[in-house]
Design a protein around this ligand. Sequence first.
Ligand SMILES: [Cu+2]
Length: 91
Amino acid sequence: MQRAVFKYDAPNPNGGFPHSVYLLPNYWSFIKCDLRRAERIANPNQGAGKGFEFVLKKSQPYFFACGEHGGIHCNNGTMKFVVMPLKRWPF
Ligand SMILES: [Cu+2]
């Protein structure tokens, strides 16, 4: 089973926007950073320490983005990515 691990700084009271992890439903919502039908899978506190682990159950593309503050870190391109888990070779 393949997993994605997300590590990000906990919310900083001295400034800066916090982070989170959203799973977006498809390619276009990912391109547009449209979070309306996205699912928040980790909150701003879950990226600290060992981070947040998400199991990639299927061989399909998974679209992830930070969704805090209207998706600012998705829109500026710094916190969004796609991962495509592939089946392992059978040896
Ligand atoms: Cu962020």
